[in-house]
Each structure stands twice: as C-alpha cells, then as structure tokens.
Write a protein of this length. Structure first.
Lengths: 468, 319
C-alpha cells in the first residue's frame, strides 16, 4: 500500500508545489452570493461539487506543471495574464535555468512579441523527459527548447517541423557545426539559442604552490592530480562518478577520434581504450575527488576548496568569479597520445516547433522573431544571467564579457577546439550504451577494448535502424 | 438485487410517491454513484494503460503511442537480448532473494519485541511505524546527502573519522559495492515499520489460551514462538511475503534518487523499472521496447509469486 501512494511523489517533487490551477479555475464562475448565505447545499449540488473537485484534482495532478501561474513575480509578463486556455496563444517551454533572472528575461522577451500572445512555461526538473512526453499530446508545447536540437527519432517520427526557412539570410551567421548537428536530410530542425561549453577550471594559487604547470597532455593531468592532492584537498574532480558521465566526447576527440566517422563507429580502437584505462587508474589512485556534495555541473567542489582542478561548464563563470576572484584559470581537455589535439564539448539549446502546434506558422514566426531577428534579446540572454556564448558569430564580437580575461581564453578554445557534444545520429540508446560502458571501465575496471567493441555493435544496429 | 428491482419497478405505478423519490430510490443509482468513480479510475488509470501497454509491446512505437507498424515479438526478442536489461533483472532477483527474508525477519522480530513490552507499547509502535509516513524521495535525499555524504563531512564518515577511519565515497566507489549498504538501509528503515504493524495486528489476534495451554505442556519462549505464534501468523506471513516480493521487483523511488547523477542512472544496482523508464519515458521514447520489458517483468513477478505461493501454501485450503 505504501508503495502505491508514494510511487508518484518522486515526479511531483521535481515539479515543485502542485498548483491548484484547476481548482481555482473551476471555482471562479461561482456566483458570489454563495459564500454569503449559509444554506445546506442540495445533494445534486454536493455531487456536482464533488465531481468538480475530482476533475480539477485530476487536472492538477496531470498538469500541475502547466506553468500558467509560474514565477509569481507579479509582473504579468507571461503575456497571458493567467490565461487559462487563451485560445490561439503560443505556448513556449523552457527548462529551468539555474541562474537568477533568466525566467523573468524570457517572459519579458515573449511579452514584447506583438503578433501573438505567448505563454512562457518554465519547467523544473526532468525537462527532457517531460517535453518529449508532452510532444505526444495536443496539450504539449508549440515552441520548446531541446538540448542540441531535437533527437533523430523526433525528426523521423515527424514530431517537429522543418525550420530551414526561418533562418533566411542569417543562416551563415550561425555556428556551422551546430547547425549541422540539427540538420537531417538538408533540413534544419532547430534554431540554436545560446552556445554552452564544458572545460577544466583550476585554482591558480594551488597549482603555483605545488609547483605544477597547467597540464597540456593526459599524462600531465594525471601527474598534476597526484601532486595537487594534499590532505583533504584532492587534485582533480570529474564528477562523483569519476568522470563516467562526461568523458566520452572529450576522450574521443582528444585522442584524434570521434563518435562516428563516415557513418561508422570510430571509438572501438586502441587509442580510446588505452586512454579510458588510464582514467580507471586515476579513479583508484585516491587523487580524484569523489562523493562531493555537488556534481561537476556545479562549481561547488572547486569554490569550496575540495579540489584544485575541476571539469565544469562555462555557465558557472559568474559564480567562479564571485567566489574565487581572479584565482582561477581555464583549460581544454588535454591532448591524448601523439596524434591527439585538445578539445572542448560545445552544446546549444535549440528552439524547436512541435508538429502538433495549434498554429505551426505562427509558432515558426515567433521563433524567427525571437531567435533569429531579435539580436539584442539574444545578446542579453547570453550574457546577462548565466554565462553563455551567443550562437550568432556577429554577436560574439559584441559580447563585452567575452572580450577579456579567462572568458576570452574560453571563447578562444570554443573556436579552436570545439566539437558539437554528440552527432545527430547518436541516438539515446547509443548514448546509454556508451555511458554504461565507460562507467564500467572507469569505475569497476572492465576490459576497455571489449566494452567498446560491445558499444560499437549497439551503435551499428542503431545506425542501421535509423537509416542513412 | 435483481428481484428487488423488479419488484420495485412493478409496484412503482401503484404508489403515490413523488417522482423525485422514485428516482433516488433505485439501488442501481447508489451502487454506481459510490462504485462508479472507483471503477472509472481503475479503468482509466490501470486497466486501459495495461492493455494499451500490451498492445504497444507488439508494435514499433518510437515517439508515438498510436503506432501502426506491427512487429510481432521483435520487441520481446530485443529486450531479452539486451544485456543491460538482463543484468538488471538478474540483479533484482538476487536483491529480492536478500531483501524479502531480511525485511520479513526484522519486521517480525520487531513486532514480537514490541508486543512483549509491558509499558509504552503505543510509543514503540509509533516510533517504528513513523518512517512509513516519510516520502521515499525525502529519505533517499537524507541518506544520500547527509548520512552517506562522500566527503569527510558526511555523517557516517564523521563517525568513522572519530574512530580513525578514512572517509569513504559511499556512492562513487563500486568495489566494494558500498551503494548497496545505502540502498538496503534506507529501504529497511522505510519499510520495516509498516510490516511490523501488520504482524502486530496478527499477533494480537492469537488466542491467549493457546499460550496458556502450551505453557502447561512446557512450551514457553522459543518453543511457544516456534509452535504457536509462527503457525498462527501464517495468513499474515504469506501476505507480507507477497507484498515484499512485489515491492522488491518494483523498486524505483529510492534507487533513482540515491544513485542517479547528472549523467543519468549508472549501470550498477539499476532496477528493471528504472531501465524501462529510461527506455520508454526518458530520452529513448521507445514505447514498444519499454512495454515489452514491462510485460516481461510482470511475468517474472507472477512466476515468483506462484512459486512462493507453492512453498508457503498461499491459496491452499486450510486444513
């Protein structure tokens, strides 16, 4: 019994406090006199009320997250004014950005759109799952963002629409490798909003004290981790799983390979296997920070002094600067072996339009207006809250925060060493197989050549399924 | 009931009752008013989804729940050929074999102890039952972040530090698999109290005179438990075992919240439901494979339940 009542909660906590949107909606039309005169309701009224409550309860449970009254900032900028229904309005979904002010910003942009009412919905927790599931229904978003563009199955399943024509002349201004990532059979299915990258950050003072130069190769990195480990401070933090979640791309690129090359897996080889085996040694060496209160995507481990070097994201720059001042430097993932070059993963949330949108043309027009035409808003979104790189080349020059210090260095890495996070044909199934294999290699010391060969088999089957 | 209705219907025209009264008088009306919402809920949220899922399991249902491409047993073949799914099934057969008897013995032991105290029975009963009211997610978070935090500041690590031990990253290290300690302890804490209350209720129904008669024959203490208490608890025991078994295979909440990280759920102690959740509802959106896996899991639970029934004698006629 306990299990059944508790089962659902895990999702609900993600969604935040379930809002009683449904209840409020169904009660509003009641005549005001009802509250003034205390009289016994008839049985029929009771039943009707009971039914209403049941129904609105069910609605609240299903759609506790419709975002209709999100924020509570009271600025009414969600452009809906509590718009329950609001026929013809465009519903736009964002995942919950961690940085302060982002939600207000996107609502402000939407409110400024004159041609249609746009309801911004701010979705906390498990965004990928929620948006993917919502695409199955008509109540899903019209416009939504998705990490690195829609998945290949969303495209082949015709859940998203072709956005090639919204780019117009601006197409060449967008980072080409990112557009490639969102292109299938010559059609572009997403408009990159802002570019994010991952990289190493290190504490300059700690490296100086230990007499360590910023590592340029994988061997340097391993040696540096050892030298920097003193007492409670560990040398390196790659995430609480020892790097299993983040290593795939960087290890492949830095050793001169890739996920796929000419439509074939390009990772089941001795270079990659050897590099991953080194990370297993690192995992057991005692020089890696493990079990930290926050994971790699948060700067907590390095800012609280638990580690001297950490893998993290560009989005954390404001916090790093705030906590560490100038005491931090940035590095790409170091080169591996003789033929390798340093690398950094680059990703972009892209705006997509659902094929089930109430008005596909209106939704496309809005995407074009916000993410292609409104360059001021794009610049504001990239710079004013978290820390991102604008997706249009012409704006990178205008991004003042990218013009100096470590930010400038990082932006340089992006240009020289950047690789799109994963290729479009890298399906979720391939991704799971790869992450599982790397986790087993790094953490439990599984045979790396054999594991990678297993992944290659899964990936080949997936490529065959998707077709060329 | 049918007879009654016929009679009513027949006698209705002769009676000068108001039409309103006649309308509310029907037993069918009240049957449906009280049972209807429940049946409707059951249909909409349980029966239809189950049937739909079985239907989906025979189709190529990627990114759609209304597929058109029939594939026969392909999804089943693929799921059974999937090493990750097989390994999660095997892991959870082993897990069930461990957690079911452990929870059973602990909750029965607690029930006997609490039943035996002379004073403060209500206090102990409440104290042990309280964790049942705690959300699995909240408990998982507390276990993960404060009790078994991986740095020296974690509670268990702090205590170990006093004793001179080095801190252990409980959820990062996989050799030895410390994560099982975290998962099993949180599950026991959450569940033992609930099953203890079931046993307590059953213990209080054992007739006192049986013990008195047994005491005259010299059976006290362990003997009384072995020959009186335990056999008298048979009905409750079989029910508890069944619930525990189903619970073990349906593990999700605390596992998901203890072990998943930014990069997803690691390939260790991955419950079949977590794996299927990722296949069907995660980025995968493959409802065909996911449904096939769910059907396979259901069959496994049914087989184990039947086996357990054979061994414990559930459904056998009371002699």
């Amino acid at each position: 019994m306990t299990r059944y009542s508790i089962r659902g909660r895990q999702f609900r906590t993600d969604e935040g406090v379930p809002r009683s949107v449904g209840v409020a909606g169904s009660l509003r039309p009641q005549p005001p006199t009802r509250t003034g005169t205390p009289r016994t309701p008839s049985r029929r009224q009771l039943l009707a009320a009971g039914g209403g409550i049941l129904l609105s309860g069910a609605l609240a449970a299903c759609g506790g997250n419709t975002g209709r009254s999100s924020g509570g900032s009271g600025d009414g900028s969600s452009a809906g004014g509590g718009g329950a229904g609001g026929g013809g309005a465009i519903s736009q979904w964002y995942h919950q950005y961690g940085e302060q002010g982002t939600e207000q910003a996107v609502k402000k942009y939407a409110a400024a759109y004159k041609k249609a009412k746009v309801n911004v919905q701010w979705i906390p927790g498990n965004y990928d799952q929620k948006s993917a599931a919502a695409l199955l229904t008509k109540s899903g978003p019209d416009v939504f963002e998705y990490g690195n563009g829609p998945t290949i199955d969303m495209i082949t399943g015709k859940q998203v629409v072709d956005l090639t024509d919204v780019f117009g002349d601006a197409k060449d201004d967008f980072t080409a490798s990112l557009l490639d990532r969102m292109t299938w059979k010559g059609k572009i299915y997403g408009v990159p909003q802002v570019v994010d990258m991952q990289l190493f950050v290190y504490r300059k003072s700690m490296l100086q004290k230990a007499g360590v130069q910023p590592p340029k190769t994988l061997d340097d990195l391993v040696a540096a981790a050892k030298k920097l480990t003193t007492g409670k401070v560990k040398g390196l933090f790659l995430g609480n799983d020892g790097g299993a979640g983040i290593l795939a791309g960087p290890v492949l690129w830095s050793s001169g390979h890739d996920y796929l090359k000419d439509g074939e897996p390009d990772f089941a080889n001795a270079d990659v296997a050897g590099a991953l085996a080194k990370f297993h040694e690192l995992f057991t060496s005692g020089h890696l920070l493990l079990g930290a209160p926050t994971d790699w995507s948060d700067p907590g481990a390095i800012t609280s002094g638990l580690t001297a070097m950490q893998w993290t994201g560009l989005w954390n720059f404001p916090m790093l600067k705030d906590k560490l001042g100038d005491d931090f430097g940035v590095l790409p993932f170091p080169a591996i072996g003789t033929s390798g070059k340093p690398s950094v993963p680059v990703g972009a949330y892209a705006s997509c339009v659902s094929a089930k949108a109430k008005d596909v043309a209106a939704a496309k027009a809005f995407v074009k207006w916000l993410w292609v035409d409104q360059t001021d808003d794009q610049l504001d979104f990239a710079q004013s809250y978290g820390f991102h790189v604008p997706s249009r080349q012409s704006l990178i020059g205008k991004a003042t925060k990218l013009q100096s210090g470590e930010a400038k260095t990082a932006a340089g890495y992006l240009k020289t060493y950047g690789h799109p996070q994963t290729p479009l044909l890298w399906s979720p199934k391939s991704a799971t197989a790869m992450t599982d294999a790397i986790d087993k290699i790094v953490r439990s010391g599984a045979d790396s050549s054999k594991s990678l060969a297993g992944v290659a088999k899964t990936v080949t089957a997936e490529l065959k399924r998707i077709g060329g | 009931m049918a007879e009654q209705t016929v009679e009513r219907a027949g006698s209705a025209p002769a009676r000068p009752a108001s039409p309103r009264r006649k309308w509310t008088d029907s037993p069918h009306l009240w049957f449906w008013i009280f049972v209807g919402p429940f049946i409707a809920g059951l249909l909409v949220f349980v029966v239809i989804p189950i049937l739909w899922s079985v239907w989906l399991s025979f189709y190529d249902a990627r990114n759609t729940v209304t597929p058109t491409h029939f594939v026969g047993f392909d999804n089943y073949r693929r799921m059974l050929g999937d090493a990750s799914f097989r390994s999660s099934l095997i892991t959870f057969v082993v897990f069930a074999a461990f957690i079911v008897p452990t929870t059973f013995v602990l909750s029965l032991g607690l029930a006997v102890l609490v039943n035996g105290v002379r004073r403060g029975k209500a206090f102990f009963r409440s104290v042990f039952f309280l964790p049942t009211a705690c959300s699995y997610v909240v408990a998982a978070m507390i276990w993960r972040h404060s009790l078994f935090g991986g740095t020296a500041a974690g509670m268990v690590n702090t205590v170990m530090g006093w004793l001179g031990g080095a801190p252990i990253a409980w959820l990062s290290i996989v050799h030895p698999p410390w994560y099982w300690l975290v998962l099993v302890s949180v599950r026991l804490w959450l569940q033992v109290g609930f099953f203890m209350v079931l046993f307590l209720a059953a213990l209080q129904r054992v007739p006192q005179q049986l013990y008195e008669a047994a005491a005259l024959d010299g059976a006290t203490g362990w003997k009384a438990f072995r020959y009186i208490t335990f056999p008298q608890l048979r009905a409750t025991s079989t029910a508890v075992l069944m619930l525990l078994l189903v619970n073990a295979f349906q593990a999700f909440d605390e596992f998901y919240n203890v072990l998943s990280t930014t990069g997803g759920y690691p390939p260790y102690a991955r419950p079949p439901l977590v794996y299927l959740f990722n296949v069907a509802l995660g980025n995968g959106q493959d409802f065909g494979d996911g449904s096939a896996g769910a059907v396979i899991l259901t069959l496994i639970i049914a087989i184990f339940a039947l086996l357990q029934g054979r061994f414990t004698g559930i459904g056998r006629r009371e002699s």
